[in-house]
Design a protein around this ligand. Structure first.
Ligand SMILES: [Zn+2]
Length: 85
């Protein structure tokens, strides 16, 4: 994963990654510009669901995109609660 340095706008390289929880990951980045030298931690977290999981974990709560069809949601949740696949 490449992202832009917030200070000098050069590319940055991820050096390590830590899955803090199922909903939150921290990634340490180092700026590729040696004159800048910025090292920082960024976070990744799901913010909305665009396509429903076929294996939903009912303890995971991610807001749904307005693009999700209600009949798909009812079908998926019904399967999850009944344990059928
Ligand atoms: Zn930089």
């Amino acid at each position: 994963m490449k992202i832009q340095c917030p200070h000098c706008k050069s590319s940055c390289t991820n050096r390590k990654s830590n899955q803090v929880s199922p909903m939150y990951r921290e990634i340490t980045f180092t700026c590729d510009n040696l004159e800048c030298g910025h090292v920082f931690v960024a976070a990744i977290s799901p913010i909305r669901t665009i396509s429903l999981s076929s294996m939903p974990d009912l303890s995971v709560h991610i807001p749904l995109s307005s693009r999700i069809r209600k009949d798909d949601l009812v079908k998926t949740m019904g399967t999850a609660y009944s344990g059928k696949s």
